[in-house]
Design a protein around this ligand. Structure first.
Ligand SMILES: [Mg+2]
Length: 102
């Protein structure tokens, strides 16, 4: 996971230095991009369960779309004060606890 966060940070640095876009605008743009990727993931899920949905001219890869969603979601964590690793651990512990799983 550490290597992934290093790559995300490099990407974030690139976007910050190659554009004068304000941070709040970039943040909103990333939220919109995340929604776009979620839409693509939904389309891929439909194709997984119903092959007739598949577009003949377009290869749809559910796992690649899932990776896009995860990357976009994690990009939202770059440059923030809170450690997203810690937040994910806290959330997972909460869910495990809810189901009495140790
Ligand atoms: Mg995508």
């Amino acid at each position: 996971m550490e290597a992934i966060f290093e790559k995300l940070e490099k990407l974030n640095q690139h976007f910050r230095t190659s554009s004068s876009q304000p941070e709040n605008e970039r943040f909103l743009q990333r939220i919109v991009k995340l929604n776009e990727e979620v839409g693509e993931l939904c389309e891929a899920a439909l194709c997984e369960v119903d092959k007739d949905q598949r577009k003949k001219d377009k290869l749809i890869d559910f796992d690649a779309e899932l990776a896009d969603v995860i990357i976009c979601a994690l990009m939202l964590s770059t440059g923030r004060e809170v450690d997203i690793n810690l937040e994910i651990h806290k959330k997972l512990d909460k869910v495990l606890n809810r189901f009495n799983i140790e």
